[in-house]
Write a protein that binds this ligand. Structure first.
Ligand SMILES: [Fe+2]
Ligand SMILES: [Fe+2]
Length: 277
């Protein structure tokens, strides 16, 4: 059986077509892209051939990042400054492991190819993972805080980008994952706020400025054939450039709230003169 099955518009969907926002249940039909109006793809076999490799790769990359972040965090289980901080790290590690588990289960939907991907995910380490953010050891507590503040916020952006995915199991996984990433970002914000109040502004600024380009790089190149296909096919809401700009807008607001002198580049958000209005 091929991946693409014949299907027509779902006629029994009582819900109006529309977007599935964070925390909501995805409607049964695809709400965007070239498959809009069709029933959402419930299994890997239903996913169109053009989208399946992109989806498989996306799930593999995300699952690897989730599990390798556990390797980065785990040393702090016994070294975080307070018992509350140690408990918080234990909770975050549990959440990231659960995210890895959930994504590996989705990979399991992809037959032998998915099983091989799971093997690779489980073998990934801070030395082998390509994404720079997950290769850096978190030697200082301020780096843990900034990682949560900036890199987990990239995870949050990714959750938002996939929250209306045409692959239904992925869309369904997003609300809870998003809530948990939101909590991790909240922990990072709280820790950085404490550090700023304790007079460690220079450390906080230095760490944010060091990590921000790494975080921005996680969105990939401005234009990418696979990202365009992911948007056209209804997997993602936004292409790389738009997702990155939304992220930078959020970071700019967060840094302003934190009250530290970090300039966040959001220039692309201003349309060039003479452009469409
Ligand atoms: Fe996560
Ligand atoms: Fe997280």
């Amino acid at each position: 059986m091929g991946r693409t099955s014949e299907r027509g518009p779902a006629s029994t969907d009582a819900r109006p077509p529309g977007e599935a926002g964070p925390g909501t249940t995805a409607p049964r039909t695809v709400s965007r892209g070239r498959y809009a109006g069709m029933r959402r793809f419930e299994t890997a076999l239903d996913v169109p051939d053009e989208l399946a490799p992109i989806l498989l790769r996306m799930l593999s990359v995300q699952a690897s990042c989730e599990l390798v972040s556990v390797q980065q965090f785990r040393g702090w289980l016994n070294l975080a400054p307070t018992i509350e901080d140690r408990w918080t790290m234990a909770r975050i590690i549990a959440d990231e492991t659960r995210h890895g588990l959930e994504l590996c289960r989705l990979l399991g939907d992809f037959g032998e190819e998915g099983a091989r991907a799971v093997d690779d995910v489980l073998a990934a380490t801070t030395d082998t993972i390509p994404a720079p953010a997950f290769r850096i050891s978190l030697d200082r507590w301020v780096d843990v805080a900034v990682f949560l503040y900036l890199i987990d916020r990239v995870g949050l952006a990714q959750n938002d980008n996939l929250s209306d995915a045409c692959y239904a199991p992925l869309a369904r996984a997003m609300p809870q994952m998003r809530r948990e990433e939101q909590l991790h970002v909240g922990v990072g914000t709280r820790l950085l706020t404490q550090m700023v109040r304790a007079g460690q502004v220079d450390d906080v600024v230095e760490a944010i400025e060091r990590w921000l380009p790494i975080a921005v790089g996680m969105f990939g190149p401005e234009t990418s054939a696979s990202a365009t296909l992911a948007v056209d096919g209804g997997l993602k809401r936004w292409d790389n450039g738009d997702a990155r700009d939304r992220y930078l807008t959020a970071v700019a607001g967060a840094v302003e709230d934190l009250g530290v002198p970090v300039r966040v580049p959001t220039a692309r958000l201003t349309p060039p003169p003479g452009g469409p209005t």
